[in-house]
Write a protein that binds this ligand. Structure first.
Ligand SMILES: CC(=O)N[C@H](C=O)[C@@H](O)[C@H](O)[C@H](O)COP(=O)(O)O
Length: 233
């Protein structure tokens, strides 16, 4: 696939994040490949996926563009989405089209720097999606030459973790005002209406995970909805 055309193809579309971590009922490459297939059948135009095995399995069942990441925790750093060159090399080997890279201002493990990692990925004919949590991080990442940004980490860094339960519409709106580069809306988008609203606010595409691919959490939302005390009572 010609990666330079991917961003154009994703404009206005839905990307489904197919991730189940260890301990989750759907954990496993075979399951994630089925999730990706289901997403494609439902009309998604891209897949976001975590881990070498899951990505290889997904690549076998679909030709959709894959945004890959590897979550790994290192000592002395809270960066966990594709933190080092080691994860980047594994993603390049898996054959992803785009690499999702933590581009927050936090210190990376092994003293590695975004200034080196971004061109390294791009020199392998692979795009960089910057996962950020604030407007400044988004703009800084764009200055460093990333191909696109995603609001993935809003609410998940030490300095944005305010217990937010709704998507960060404001961050998408502000970022799209300040750049012509594609801004992906991601994180806690739980309804088709919210997804559409994000596009109306200028998002290039919408990435949805939990609300589509984590059945235990979808069930929980229904159970909580049923148990919620009626305001009229
Ligand atoms: C914060 C973090 O680690 N986010 C991860 C990034 O890859 C995934 O766990 C999320 O599922 C993904 O961002 C989609 O978001 P949501 O599941 O809320 O639709």
């Amino acid at each position: 696939m010609d990666n330079s055309k991917i961003l154009g193809k994703l404009k206005g579309k839905l990307i489904v994040s197919c991730q189940a971590l260890e301990g989750e009922p759907f954990h496993g490459a075979e399951m994630m490949a089925k999730m990706a297939l289901a997403a494609e059948q439902g009309g998604a135009e891209g897949i976001r996926s975590n881990g070498y095995e899951d990505i290889v399995a997904i690549r076998k069942v679909t030709k959709l563009p894959i945004i890959g990441l590897i979550k790994r925790r290192y000592e002395n750093s809270s960066v966990y989405i594709t933190p080092t060159k080691r994860e980047i090399d594994a993603l390049l080997k898996a054959g992803v089209n785009v690499i999702a890279l933590d581009c927050t201002k936090r210190k990376r493990p092994n003293g590695e720097k975004l200034q080196d990692l971004i061109p390294y990925i791009q020199n392998h004919n692979t795009l960089v999606l910057a996962d950020i949590s604030t407007i400044d991080e988004g703009l800084d990442a764009l200055d460093l030459g990333v191909d696109c940004v995603s609001t993935t980490l809003s609410g998940y860094t030490e300095y944005t973790n305010t217990g937010r339960t709704k998507p960060d519409f404001k961050l998408v709106e502000e970022l799209t005002k300040q750049t012509r580069c594609p801004v992906f809306a991601e994180g806690r988008i739980n309804t088709p209406q919210e997804a559409k609203q994000m596009l109306e606010k200028g998002a290039h595409a919408v990435i949805v995970g939990t609300a589509i691919t984590r059945p235990q959490l979808i069930t929980k939302a229904f159970v909580e909805g049923i148990n919620e005390k009626s305001l009229k009572a």
